[in-house]
Ligand binder design. Structure first.
Ligand code: FE2
Ligand code: FE2
Length: 257
């Protein structure tokens, strides 16, 4: 069974990179972080359906989950959408979800880091609680949405041999440390899909000006030039052995699709 995890999809350029990569879709199960997929901020119904139609089964989020107002009203309809689990119990939506694919149970969990991020509950304890509640035959994939590499590596070590796959998201810069931590496939950050010449997928000028002046700015997704696809893939055997894992870091021409 072949899996693909796609790093933060940023706006139209990111969606185009995903569509290009999936033209010859050879995967049985696809997970993507979609927190920036609608014009760089959050997700909309239209974008959710567009990504679903591309073949993405599970969509995780992060600190940008609620950027679009319609998310609050529509989140219950988005079957494959998972917002961070370590939020209060009154928060809408679900923090993990169990999918059935190729005769297996796959649990996808989304967690927020707490270092250089807004307030949330402890992601380590949150994982423990979810893990205790799951059937033992679940294949568990965690998207740990965080800023600090140390926190993500600590989390990987904490859950190794319990979660089967742990990947970081949020920084939009792919790290080069995809490896097995004993039986757990681990990556600090999956990177992003978006404009290749950009600052984390956004237009360069306004971000530079923000750093210099700290004045309020409206950031826009960069839509010109080449587009980047970041993620990783792996194969899972019937007896839960992970093999053939590899980083994907492709640059495509920005052709009209
Ligand atoms: Fe992001
Ligand atoms: Fe984020």
């Amino acid at each position: 069974m072949k899996f693909l995890f796609i790093g933060d999809i940023v706006g139209k350029s990111g969606r185009k990179a995903v569509k290009t990569h999936l033209e010859n879709n050879e995967y049985d199960f696809i997970i993507a972080n979609v927190e920036n997929s609608a014009a760089g901020f959050g997700v909309t119904e239209r974008v959710y359906n567009e990504l679903k139609n591309m073949g993405i089964h599970a969509m995780t989020a992060g600190n940008h989950t609620w950027d679009k107002k319609e998310t609050e009203n529509l989140i219950h309809n988005w079957e494959g959408f998972i917002r961070p689990a370590n939020l209060g119990s009154r928060v809408l939506g679900k923090g993990y979800n169990i999918f059935n694919a190729a005769g297996r149970k796959i649990c996808v969990i989304n967690l927020l880091g707490r270092v250089f991020m807004n307030l949330s509950n402890c992601p380590f304890e949150c994982f423990d609680n979810i893990y205790e509640s799951l059937d033992k035959d679940c294949f568990i994939i965690v998207d740990f949405h965080g800023e600090a590499t140390s926190e993500k590596i600590a989390f990987g070590n904490y859950v190794k041999n319990r979660a089967h796959v742990v990947t970081g998201t949020h920084t939009h810069v792919q790290t080069n440390d995809l490896k097995l931590m004993e039986n757990t496939l681990y990556l600090t950050d999956a990177g992003m899909c978006g404009a290749y010449n950009s600052i984390l997928g956004m237009e360069v000028e306004s971000i530079i000006d923000k750093f210099i002046t700290n004045m309020p700015h409206r950031f826009k997704v960069e839509t010109k030039g080449d587009i980047l696809f970041n993620g990783f893939s792996f194969t899972l055997s019937d007896d839960n052995i992970i093999s053939d894992y590899k980083l994907i870091n492709e640059v495509y021409e920005n052709i009209e699709l």
